[in-house]
Design a protein around this ligand. Sequence first.
Ligand SMILES: *[C@@H]1O[C@H](CO)[C@@H](O)[C@H](O)[C@H]1NC(C)=O
Ligand SMILES: *[C@@H]1O[C@H](CO)[C@@H](O)[C@H](O)[C@H]1NC(C)=O
Ligand SMILES: *[C@@H]1O[C@H](CO)[C@@H](O)[C@H](O)[C@H]1NC(C)=O
Ligand SMILES: *[C@@H]1O[C@H](CO)[C@@H](O)[C@H](O)[C@H]1NC(C)=O
Ligand SMILES: *[C@@H]1O[C@H](CO)[C@@H](O)[C@H](O)[C@H]1NC(C)=O
Ligand SMILES: [Mg+2]
Length: 490
Amino acid sequence: MHVPMAILQLLTCLIAAILSTAQGSSPPSIPHQIHLLRPQTGAAGESVVGVSCLSWRLGVETNNIINWKQVPEKCAGYLGHYMLGHQYREDSKVITDEAFLYAKSLRLAQDGKNIWVFDIDETSLSNLPYYAKHGFGVELYNATAFNEWVLTGKALALPESLKLYKKLLSLGIKVAFLTGRPEDQRTVTATNLKNAGFKTWEKLILKDLSIYKGKTAVFFKSNERAKLEKKGYRIIGNIGDQWSDLLGIPTGNRTFKLPDPMKIPQTILELSHDSLLNIPRQIHLLRPKTTGATFVDKVEGLSCLSWRLAVETNNIIGWKTVPQECEGYVGNYVLGGQYREDSRVVTNQAFLYAKSLNLSGDGKDVWVFDIDETSLSNLPYYADNGFGVEPYNASQFNEWVLKGVAPPLPESLELYHKLLALGIKVVFLTGRGEDQITVTSNNLKNTGYHTWEKLILKIVGNIGDQWSDLLGSSTGNRTFKLPDPLYYIA
Ligand SMILES: *[C@@H]1O[C@H](CO)[C@@H](O)[C@H](O)[C@H]1NC(C)=O
Ligand SMILES: *[C@@H]1O[C@H](CO)[C@@H](O)[C@H](O)[C@H]1NC(C)=O
Ligand SMILES: *[C@@H]1O[C@H](CO)[C@@H](O)[C@H](O)[C@H]1NC(C)=O
Ligand SMILES: *[C@@H]1O[C@H](CO)[C@@H](O)[C@H](O)[C@H]1NC(C)=O
Ligand SMILES: *[C@@H]1O[C@H](CO)[C@@H](O)[C@H](O)[C@H]1NC(C)=O
Ligand SMILES: [Mg+2]
């Protein structure tokens, strides 16, 4: 595709402007206010074209959608707007702020052994200028051309990551860069890091192809983290844009997942330049704080959106109540079409996975369902109680549970029926107390969950709205995280 030079220059300047304000105190000034997350849901939840790209992105960021090769074609424009807009920066900032709060809360021995692992591409350095020049992948991904870009050493710092890096150093924490870039890019990578403001490090670990050729990113990275620990370092934090940066033992004491819906550079992102240039001035808010269907021309609520993403990706943990200023936002979200759409993408993914399995048919294949906010919804309760803004009141919540009138979550009920049809048994696993067994059974039956297996047999899948439903050993062969910004269970 032919792209006029002027347009390329404009885009490159735009990106440079966004990325070069690491030290600046004011937010980046973007000439054309472009869409944030492009919510596109009506207040009553009516379907609007493009809404599923937002759900798709959440599915990717929460590791529900895995092994994808390419951004869905219809989402290319959406993702381009996201990466170039405020939202990407804001989403990153909430996560790096959280990482710093965590680091600051630790009482660290000042023995030089505390280390924080940083991934490089799309975590410390951004390759967006490359993708802009190459039409954001309109030209097919070309490894030779990408390596030529890397060798220019001109990748820019991701501003929020650079801030975090400096703050960690000031706490006496050492930094290790751990990257899938090959050893022969060591010199240029080191120079690029320094020029971008990452001046010092304890280790710069690149992929030694004589050891790791053909090995997965998880294998390479966890192996190298284990080596660090063997050398006596304590990995207190680990930050990356890919789940493969963060999974695999040892992970480090706490991990932080930066946004990256593009999976650069494995993914080919096809972005139409026309869609970027033809940007309406109106900003679409994810969930306007009004109940009306019209979008408001203000960026209010922006950080609630980032807060929600950070919660769903397990970056913000241990929180007690929804931030006061996000009550309206969260209320609109859970009552609007977006919550359903987000759930639908996850349950569809779960069903596709289940269908792809060749199950033995011996009646021992089990799928674990959490109950609250997974199978049954307590929204009527939360709607009366500030959508998670009010501190949790156990006795009041139990009074609600005992009424046994919680409605089903429609997408979960559909998944339940489809799994049964595949011959998979269902086990409900809940934190509800034994004394609530009768009311819970009746509530489940009355809402369409007619049958279940009580014993936990061989677990093939596990779906829940809390990370605590999904973490731990015996997770099940694959886990699925439903959205839930209302409360947090450790
Ligand atoms: C890939 O990039 C290299 C270097 O820029 C170029 O010579 C080559 O023609 C490109 N290949 C394709 C298939 O476009
Ligand atoms: C990191 O985790 C280890 C093992 O659980 C624990 O002993 C240690 O106290 C943790 N360190 C910090 C700084 O939290
Ligand atoms: C399941 O079986 C079918 C046909 O026997 C086969 O084509 C497919 O690859 C199998 N899938 C898996 C995940 O093993
Ligand atoms: C919790 O709910 C109970 C029952 O509705 C009520 O009596 C009590 O005052 C509430 N506690 C607080 C701290 O609000
Ligand atoms: C689930 O995982 C176990 C252990 O890794 C494996 O043996 C089994 O084949 C897997 N089952 C399915 C259905 O994928
Ligand atoms: Mg990366």
